[in-house]
Design a protein around this ligand. Structure first.
Ligand code: CTP
Length: 416
C-alpha cells in the first residue's frame, strides 16, 4: 500500500485540462527536477495531478516539492501501511485519465516492457487502463543500447506513447540523444492526448487514399496486394482529430471508419482513380497512402474460368492516380508513399520528381520488414526541398502525426 506525503487541500483551477486526473510518475534520472515544472504546468492547466515517485527519484527531488505544487499526497512506497487519506489513492490508477512518466529511466522502461511490478509506479503502470505517455531521459549509450531499443519498441507496439528524447549535451557530459523532451512539448502532447489538442488543420481539406485495390479477373477471382490500409487510416484519423475536413478513399480493408472522416469505399484502381479525380478540386493536402494496382487484367472473364482450361493472363498498365494529380496540383501539398524492397533512396527520389510531389514517405517492404498489417512503421522522408529525415520505428498513428507536422511546418505557405 502506498506511503504518502499528506495534504488535505484540493485543486481549484480552470483550464484546458480541468477535470482530468493525471498520474505523474517520476523516476530517478537527473532530469527528475524537470518533473516539478511539469507538475506545476499541468496543475496550472486545471489537471488533478497525483505524483508517484520511485525510491531513486526521491534521492534527487524531495516529495514535498510535488506535494506543494499539486496539493495532493505524493505516493512514494508500495509496502507501508496506508494512512486514512490514502484509501482514495488505491483507486487512483482506475480513475486516472492519463499516466505520464517523465523522466523515464531505462529501468522503468525495462520493467514495463516485461510486465514487472516491484514498486508503486511499475504496479500502477500495469493496472491503469488510460493512455500512458513515456518520456525517456538517459545517457546516449543507454538509450541506443539494443536492449533498451527493443524495450521501447515493445512498449510502442502496445500503444504506449513514447516521446522521443532530444539530442544535445547530457548530464553525464556526453553529446547525443537522451535529453528529456522539452517540458513544454511534453505538456503539448498531454493536451493532444487528453483533449484532442491541436486544431492546426482546421478549415483544411485533406484527401487520403488507403488500402489495396482488387482487380477482378473472373467473377470469383481478383488480383490484389498485401496493403492493410492501416497507415492511410491513421493519417485520415489524425488529420480529422486536428480539425481537417477529411475524405478517405479506401480500397477493401477490414478497418473501421475513423471518427469524423468521410469514407468512400472503392474496389478497383479505376474506381479509386475516379473517386479521387472527382473530389480533388478543393483539396489542400492529398496523402496517397494506398497501394493501387499498377496493372489491371486486359480482359475480365464473364464466367468462372475452369481449371481444366489453360489460362494466360494479359495485364495492362493501370492509371497512376498520384502522377495524374501531380500534373494538375497547383497549390495543393502532395504527399506520396514509396514502398520499396531495394534502393529505397534512389527509387523514392525518382518518384518524388516524376510524380511532382512535395514529400515522399519511403518504407522498406522487403521480406522480413514487417510493415504490412503491422501497427508500427519505420519510414524515411524525402522532401522536394532536398531534406532527408529518417524516423525511428513508431506507431502508425505517431508516423501519421509526424507527417502532418512536417507538412504543416514546411509547406505552411501553400496551406494558408
Ligand atoms: N500510386 C498511385 N496509383 C497507382 C500506383 C501508385 O497513386 N496506380 C501511388 C501510391 O499511392 C504511392 C505512390 O504512387 O503514393 C508510389 O507507389 P509505389 O507502389 O511505391 O510505386 P509505383 O509508382 O507504383 O512504382 P513501382 O511499382 O514501379 O515501384
Amino acid at each position: 500500500m502506498p506511503n504518502t506525503v499528506e495534504s488535505n487541500n484540493n485543486n481549484v483551477c480552470n483550464g484546458p485540462l480541468n477535470g482530468k486526473r493525471i498520474i505523474l510518475g517520476v523516476t530517478g534520472g537527473i532530469a527528475a527536477y524537470k518533473a516539478a515544472y511539469l507538475a506545476s504546468a499541468l496543475v496550472q492547466r486545471g489537471a488533478d495531478v497525483h505524483v508517484v515517485m520511485t525510491q531513486h527519484a526521491m534521492q534527487l527531488v524531495a516529495p514535498a516539492t510535488f506535494w506543494s505544487l499539486t496539493k495532493n499526497p505524493v505516493i512514494t512506497g508500495l509496502f507501508e501501511l496506508p494512512t486514512k487519506s490514502e484509501i482514495e489513492h488505491v483507486s487512483l490508477p482506475e480513475s486516472a485519465d492519463l499516466l505520464l512518466i517523465a523522466p523515464a529511466t531505462a529501468n522503468i522502461i525495462g520493467k514495463m516492457a516485461n510486465g514487472l511490478a516491484d514498486d508503486m509506479l511499475s504496479t500502477m503502470a500495469l493496472v491503469v487502463r488510460c493512455p500512458v505517455i513515456i518520456a525517456p531521459a538517459m545517457n546516449v549509450n543507454m538509450y541506443t543500447n539494443p536492449i533498451v531499443v527493443a524495450n521501447v519498441d515493445r512498449l510502442r507496439q502496445h500503444e504506449y506513447i513514447i516521446l522521443e528524447p532530444e539530442i544535445g549535451r547530457l548530464a553525464c557530459g556526453n553529446e547525443g540523444i537522451g535529453r528529456l523532451l522539452d517540458p513544454d512539448k511534453i505538456i503539448q502532447r498531454v493536451e493532444e492526448v487528453l483533449i484532442g489538442g491541436r486544431r492546426d488543420y482546421a478549415r483544411l481539406n485533406v484527401l487520403v487514399t488507403a488500402g489495396p485495390t482488387q482487380e477482378p479477373i473472373d467473377p470469383v477471382r481478383f488480383i490484389t496486394n498485401r496493403s492493410s490500409g492501416k497507415m492511410g487510416y491513421a493519417i485520415a484519423e489524425m488529420a480529422a482529430k486536428r480539425g481537417a475536413c477529411v475524405t478517405l478513399v479506401s480500397g477493401p480493408t477490414d478497418l473501421p471508419a475513423p471518427e469524423g472522416v468521410e469514407v468512400i469505399n472503392v474496389t478497383t484502381v479505376h474506381e479509386m482513380h475516379d473517386a479521387v479525380i472527382t473530389r480533388i478540386k478543393d483539396v489542400n493536402v492529398m496523402v496517397s497512402a494506398a497501394a493501387p494496382a499498377d496493372f489491371t487484367p486486359a480482359q475480365v472473364r464473364d464466367q468462372k474460368v475452369k481449371k481444366s482450361e489453360k489460362w494466360t493472363l494479359e495485364l495492362d498498365r493501370a492509371d497512376d492516380i498520384l502522377e495524374e494529380v501531380g500534373q494538375m496540383k497547383g497549390r495543393m501539398v502532395l504527399v506520396g508513399f514509396a514502398a520499396e524492397t531495394e534502393k529505397i533512396e534512389e527509387y523514392a527520389k525518382i518518384k518524388l520528381e516524376k510524380k511532382n510531389l512535395d514529400l515522399i514517405v519511403a518504407n522498406d517492404v522487403s521480406p522480413g520488414s514487417d510493415v504490412f498489417g503491422s501497427d508500427t512503421n519505420q519510414v524515411t522522408l524525402f522532401s522536394r526541398t532536398g531534406e532527408k529525415i529518417e524516423w525511428p520505428r513508431m506507431s502508425k498513428r505517431e508516423v501519421a502525426n509526424a507527417i502532418l507536422d512536417y507538412v504543416k511546418n514546411h509547406f505552411m505557405e501553400a496551406l494558408s
